[in-house]
Unconditional design. Structure first.
Length: 228
């Protein structure tokens, strides 16, 4: 059944009742750029109007209206603005679910009542970001690998497309998303995710995901909103 909702911010997130669709989002406007980030789920970005420019570790991808891009879980990526009004729906899925391009297209068709004419799937990277809550002190990690701090940071960036410090921040932000989905308060989320306070978390959260923690947690029921 097609999902419907009211758009209040450039980025709007909400949940579905499908166990394999962890959440969805709609990005709408001319300023949708996000810095380097990654998700614990596979992401399908389906451009309904306009165009999105994705920056991947080794190349760039332009996704035009009617096209979709599937980004595997754990792959660091960013996006840039290209100055056109854009509308893009994003699905965040259990890794590997509906991975075949035809299955991804059918999944989108059943949700937004529109089917992409092309789905590009990015291969799963051979090296995944470490699934640990914190990397600890960079100096200690470098020493453990018998490397200088600078050499360790260069190796980490080469393997994962992000600095160790950047990864630590992404880990805290993804933890914050999980806590918010569980219904924890903003104050508790900031504390448990390792941020100095709510304001500190809020600034970084909005920069990474395009919305505030409060708006992210205050998702709307699809039945209350207008159709895509």
């Amino acid at each position: 059944m097609p999902i419907s909702f009211a758009q209040r911010h450039p980025w709007h997130y909400w949940r579905t009742e499908d166990a394999h669709i962890h959440e969805m989002s709609l990005a709408q406007g001319r300023t949708l750029a996000l810095p380097a980030h990654c998700h614990e789920e596979d992401q399908i970005a389906f451009v309904l109007a306009g165009c999105r420019h994705f920056i991947l570790p080794d190349h760039c991808v332009f996704v035009s209206a009617g096209q979709a891009l599937r980004i595997p879980a754990g792959l660091v990526h960013s996006s840039r603005d290209i100055g056109v009004e854009t509308r893009c729906v994003n699905l965040y899925l259990t890794p590997g679910y509906g991975a075949d391009p035809a299955d991804s297209a059918a999944l989108l068709g059943g949700i937004v009542n529109d089917t992409p004419h092309h789905v590009l799937s990015i291969p799963t990277p051979e090296t995944h970001l470490p699934h640990v809550p914190s990397l600890g002190r960079i100096d200690a990690l470098a020493h453990r690998h018998h490397m200088t701090r600078e050499a360790y940071s260069r190796r980490f960036r080469r393997e994962y497309g992000i600095s160790p410090q950047g990864f630590q921040l992404l880990s805290r932000l993804n933890s914050a998303k999980a806590f918010l989905r569980q219904g924890q308060s903003l104050a508790d989320t900031a504390f448990h995710a390792g941020f100095a306070d709510q304001s500190h978390m809020g600034r970084l959260f909005r920069r990474a995901f395009g919305t505030t923690p409060r708006s992210y947690q205050g998702k709307q029921s699809a039945s209350e909103e207008r159709r895509l």
